[in-house]
Each structure stands twice: as structure tokens, then as C-alpha cells.
Design a protein around this ligand. Structure first.
Ligand code: HMG
Length: 387
């Protein structure tokens, strides 16, 4: 039986910051951000969007015209959870009109959605008539005037996992490397992540090289067996640095093709930024929706990295008609219809928080046109609404 990704959904909030503007405000050469880091814009989440609403909005995008029948597993991978006990996935289940699903939240930094995808794969293998909904949804926050500031972002990707998928069949061989390291983390008392920036980039590359070498040894496949490689994208230069370390294993033509496909995989991330758990799948979606060189039967490699750290290299084969599962125009509109924030608006939005003392708070919803929103809080509860 073949199992894999049947469809992908995307959501990102409708406000963003231009990174040339950020560079100028921080006294940095804009080329450092746009070339050195490889980011042009970053999505900024208003108070009315959190990991629950963004995840639900991404899943709505995917479920448009799809049957909800037989979705009996719902997993949210996030590191922007809103509760220490109750899974954000439970709210999403209600907001999507689903019920009677195995519903929970997974955490392992940016690896969370991949953990969900692999769990969904096993679930569908055991229950072939059932489907799973896997969501990665996050707001990346490092803090104002920090080195990580330019690598923030917000958004979510949802995946429908099923037997006989119409988009990509996942192949069974995967390579994993995990180790307890302290490259990036966020203690319970902090709203912003702590990162050992340079160390984290070195670890990312080392973990990639380890999984790639293991995969090659296990399968005998080489770089020539891949039409494209998609990477976890904390910023778009990061995956490129990892890719470059193995490029000389291929011919000049193969190297050029992989670099072209890589550039296509970065187009959404360049405008949205790091969305942590969803970042690899945002890159994969960008590749599929921008490349005119992919065909059914092509093998795509995917490298997932979650700080802390767990990494996995896995692969899939594109299916006949996979293009019909995409929504390029809709996603182009989602990005084109965003509003650019001023520096003052960005910094104000960044510093505005929901009350934590149980007092009632109504969020100004006038600027947020998303179908699912957070309306406010009351008695320590978040009140969600579908329009
Ligand atoms: P930094 O120290 O400000 O930047 O922070 P830099 O000095 O290293 O410069 C960055 C690049 O810009 C360099 O290129 C410079 O040469 C270049 P590289 O050597 O890397 O190729 N540069 C210029 N280029 C053109 N014109 C110029 C110019 N000036 C400099 N004028 C850092 C960079 C990424 C460390 C920082 O933003 C950071 O700490 N980010 C957060 C951590 C992060 O994203 N780590 C990535 C790996 S870990 C990961 O992926 C997991 C994660 O997603 C979390 C999770 O799992 O949940 C983060």
C-alpha cells in the first residue's frame, strides 16, 4: 500500500514587515538581510492570530472541496502552544467541524510537524481507510534588536495524509539523527526563543550531513536520484549552506538543476520567514507551486531539523496529476493581499500581549480578514470565532 501527502494547505497572517526597512532601522546593510540571510519580508501575526487560528486557517485552505469523512487523526505540531495541558489541536478540531478524531499536540521544535507526519504515516498504514490531518503552526519570536530578529515569521501548513495519495507517496526508508544539544530553546517563562545562532547553523549542517550519509549508505541512492531537495528553512540561506556541502557529488548539470529547484523552494519563505514546524513544508509547497520542471515520478528529498535536536531525511515520489492538488493562485493572493507595517506598528504589535490575570479583553478585529480568528480572552480562556 502507498501512503503519503494528498494535499497541502497554507496560511499566513495579513501583515508583514519589509526587511530592507528593518535593516535601515537597525543600522544594518540591507544586503546582509536580503542576500546574507536570504529574507525579503517577514509575516507578523496580529493578536487575533495564534498557533490555533493559523493552524485552523491552513487546514480550512486544504479542506476546501474535500470530504471531512474518515479524518480520524488530527495532530498539531507547534512550539507556540497556548496551553500547558490542553492541546491546541482540540480547538482546531471544533473550528473545522471535525469530531471523534485522535487529537493531540506534538512538540520537538521545528521537527514537530515531521513527527506528526511520520505518526500519521504509521496510523494510515494500520487504518488504510482513514485519513490524518497534520498541521505545523508557529509564530517565531526572537525579540526586537536581536540577531535572530530578521529570522522571525508566522504561519501554518496543513497536510492531509492518506493511502493512495494524489500528491506525493512517501517512501519507507528514512534516516534520523538526534542528540541532546542546546542550540535553540524557549523556557516556559520566556515569550522569546534563546538561540546560540552560529552554533545552531553548524549543528543544522552537521545533522544534515549525518542523515544524508546514512541515507546514501542504507539505500545506495545518490544525488542523481533526486529531482529536488527541500530543506527546513529558518531563513533561506540556511538550506543553501547545507545543500552546498553535498553538491559536488553530482555532475555540473545536476548541481545547476538542484540549485534552481532550491531557489524555487525558497520563494514563499523569503516573504513569510521562519514558521518553525511548518517551514520545511512551506519550502516543499513553494517548490511544487513555482517549479515548471517537476513531473510525476520525480523523487524529492526532504530534510527536517528541529533544534534540541532531531533531524530526519526522507523522500517522496510525485504522483500523476499532483499539479491538480495545488492552489498557486490562491496562495499568491494570500501573499499579495497583505498590508505592510511601519516600524512603529511592528514594534507595537510585537510588544502587545494578551492579559494574563484573567481579565476580559476584546481584540480589535477590524484589520484581520482571516476566516478563523481569536476574538479575545475571558476568565483565562481564549475565545475563538469562525466568520
Ligand atoms: P548574525 O550573526 O547577525 O549574522 O546572525 P552573520 O554575521 O553570521 O551574517 C549572516 C550572513 O550574512 C553571513 O553569510 C554573512 O557573511 C552575510 P554566511 O557566512 O552565513 O554565508 N553578510 C552579508 N552578505 C551580504 N552583504 C552584507 C553582509 N553582511 C553579512 N553586507 C543568525 C545570523 C542566523 C545566526 C541569526 O539570525 C540567528 O541567530 N537566527 C536564529 C537561529 C537560526 O535561525 N538558526 C538556524 C539553524 S537552527 C534551526 O534551523 C532551528 C530553528 O528553526 C528553531 C527550531 O527548530 O524550532 C531556528
Amino acid at each position: 500500500m502507498q501512503i503519503g501527502i494528498d494535499k497541502l494547505g497554507l496560511f499566513t497572517p495579513n501583515t508583514y514587515l519589509d526587511l530592507v526597512m528593518l535593516a535601515n532601522a537597525r543600522g544594518v546593510d540591507p544586503d546582509k538581510f536580503t542576500i546574507g540571510i536570504g529574507q525579503d519580508q517577514m509575516a507578523i501575526a496580529p493578536l487575533s492570530q495564534d498557533s490555533v487560528t493559523m493552524g485552523a486557517n491552513a487546514a480550512l485552505d486544504l479542506l476546501e472541496g474535500e470530504s471531512r469523512d474518515n479524518i480520524s487523526l488530527l495532530i498539531l505540531g507547534t512550539e507556540s502552544g497556548i496551553d500547558q495541558s490542553k492541546a491546541g489541536a482540540i480547538y482546531i478540531q471544533r473550528l473545522l467541524g471535525l469530531s471523534n478524531a485522535r487529537t493531540f499536540e506534538i512538540k520537538e521544535a521545528c521537527y514537530g510537524a515531521t513527527a506528526g507526519l511520520m505518526t500519521a504515516y504509521d496510523y494510515v498504514a494500520a487504518h488504510p481507510d482513514q485519513k490524518a490531518l497534520v498541521i505545523g503552526s508557529d509564530i517565531a519570536r526572537y525579540g526586537l534588536e536581536t540577531p535572530g530578529e530578521v529570522t522571525q515569521g508566522a504561519g501554518a501548513v496543513a497536510m492531509l495524509v492518506s493511502a493512495q495519495p494524489r500528491l506525493m507517496v512517501l517512501e519507507p526508508e528514512t534516516s534520523i539523527h538526534s542528540a541532546d544539544i542546546q542550540d535553540f530553546w524557549r523556557p516556559n517563562y520566556s515569550k522569546e526563543a534563546f538561540a546560540r545562532g552560529k552554533y545552531s547553523t553548524e549543528q543544522y549542517i552537521e545533522f544534515f550531513q549525518k542523515t544524508w550519509a546514512d541515507y546514501r549508505a542504507k539505500t545506495g541512492r545518490t544525488i542523481a536520484d533526486f529531482k529536488a531537495l527541500a530543506f527546513h528553512l529558518p531563513y533561506t540561506k540556511m538550506g543553501l549552506k547545507a545543500l552546498r556541502t553535498i553538491l559536488d557529488e553530482g555532475s555540473e548539470t545536476q548541481q545547476a538543476q538542484l540549485l534552481e529547484r532550491y531557489a524555487e523552494s525558497t520563494l514563499y519563505s523569503r516573504q513569510i520567514g521562519n514558521i518553525y514546524t511548518g517551514a520545511l513544508y512551506l519550502g516543499f509547497l513553494s517548490l511544487l507551486e513555482h517549479s515548471t520542471n517537476l513531473e510525476a515520478g520525480d523523487r524529492i528529498g526532504l530534510f527536517s531539523y528541529g533544534s534540541g535536536a532531531v533531524s530526519e531525511f526522507f523522500t517522496g515520489i510525485l504522483q500523476p496529476g499532483f499539479e491538480k492538488q495545488l492552489a498557486k493562485q490562491k496562495h499568491a493572493d494570500l501573499l499579495a493581499n497583505r498590508r505592510q507595517l511601519t516600524m512603529v506598528e511592528y514594534e507595537t504589535q510585537f510588544q502587545t500581549e494578551l492579559p494574563e490575570d484573567g481579565s476580559e479583553y476584546e481584540i480589535d478585529l477590524t484589520m484581520d480578514n482571516a476566516p478563523i480568528i481569536l476574538k479575545g480572552v475571558k476568565d483565562h480562556e481564549r475565545i475563538y470565532m469562525t466568520r
